[in-house]
Every structure is written in structure tokens, then in C-alpha cells.
Design a protein around this ligand. Sequence first.
Ligand code: FMN
Length: 212
Amino acid sequence: MPNLLHIDSSANPKTSASRELTRLFATTWLEAGDDRAVSYRDLHADPVPHISDAGLHYAPRLRVDAENPDPAAEALQAELIAEVATADAVVIGAPMYNWSIPSSLKAWIDHIHVLGTTAPYDTPDQPFAGIPVVVVSSRGLTYGAGSKDEGLDHTIPPLVHVLGTALGMKVDVVTSDLTLVGRIAALDPLTEQSTASASDARNKVIELARQI
Ligand SMILES: Cc1cc2nc3c(=O)[nH]c(=O)nc-3n(C[C@H](O)[C@H](O)[C@H](O)COP(=O)(O)O)c2cc1C
């Protein structure tokens, strides 16, 4: 049975733009084929801890003496890795927090990017290679080409690098910009741009969910 791993990390459970978009992706993906299932992980409501030992970044055979992860932490890591490895597609809600990703999402990444296990190191292993992943990033302002904050987006580039380059997944990105319109009066002149960005994001999410 095809399975989608649906991950959210917004700390806003009620009016989150990224949660709305990942939900739209999941429902569209479910409707696009028979006999499909969704596994859900809410990294805000049910946080993964920070990695408790640097050894968790390495396959057991690559650890040095001082690295002795707790077996419970290793078991959680194995569970998180298995969730991705057994998924046919992944969608990740990744809001911009302080020009970067939420720490809850970073803690998850730190568990699943493991040299010698999920990323090549002394062997070419890359068990997630080819799995499609859609990253949905909502941001209060805008960081596109020509914008005054161009270059300050440290949300998408590291996610594309770790998921795409290091883990070999097939990454698509959807952004919803200017979500702080309506909250910050100075952004009022950008209302139309914000509405258009939200609409483009919804359309792109639907298109990707039907394709993947
Ligand atoms: C802790 C925090 C930090 C934020 N930092 C930024 C930021 O650096 N740049 C930005 O454009 N918006 C920032 N925002 C606004 C969010 O990116 C925006 O509200 C976005 O819609 C959040 O995603 P969500 O709607 O899925 O919760 C921040 C919001 C929070 C709560």
C-alpha cells in the first residue's frame, strides 16, 4: 500500500500556513490513487529530542570510543529512519523561524541524517535515494530574487542540501511568502502579493500531490 509520511513542525496549531498546505498535499495525494495511507508526525506536538550523543550522527561501526548513545535513543533513531525508508513520498511543513528551520525540525533532521547509514561515507549506502519529498515553507516576509532580504533564507537551502544531496531524495519546494500580511501593518501594501503567493502555493501543492 503506497504510504505518505506527513510531517509538520509549525508551533501554530490553528492558523498555520504550512500546516494548511501539508494537509492539502496529504488529502490530494490520498485522493489521487487507490489504497493509499498516510503516516503523520507532528514534531511540534510530539517533539523529537535533540540528539543526545554525537555518535548518533555515525553508523555504529564508525563511532569512536567516547561515543556511546543510549540504546533508547538509538531505537528512536531507527524508528525515525524506518518511517522515511518505508515511505513512498514525504511532505514536510518547514516554516521559517529566525531565517532558519524550527528547532523541532532540525532535531528530526539530526536523527535521520546518519553517515554510513542514510548518507554515503565509507560505503555508498543511501536508502532514501529517489524518495520524493515536498518541502513546504511558509515565511512572514519574502526572500525571492530581487527582494531586499534575498540571500537571507536559511530554510530552503540547507533542507535541499541535506535531503537532496546528502540523502539522495527527490526534492520539490513550495513556498508561501508574506504570511505576516494582516499582522504587520507596514506590509499592507503587499497584500496582493501575499494572496497570490498563497494561491500559487496551493496550486503547486495540488499539482505535486497528483504527480507524485
Ligand atoms: C519563532 C518565529 C520566528 C520567525 N522568524 C521569521 C523570520 O526570520 N523571517 C520571516 O520572514 N518570518 C519569520 N516568522 C514568521 C513565520 O515565518 C510565519 O508566521 C510563517 O507563516 C510561519 O509558518 P506557519 O504559518 O506554518 O506557522 C517567524 C515566526 C516565529 C513564530
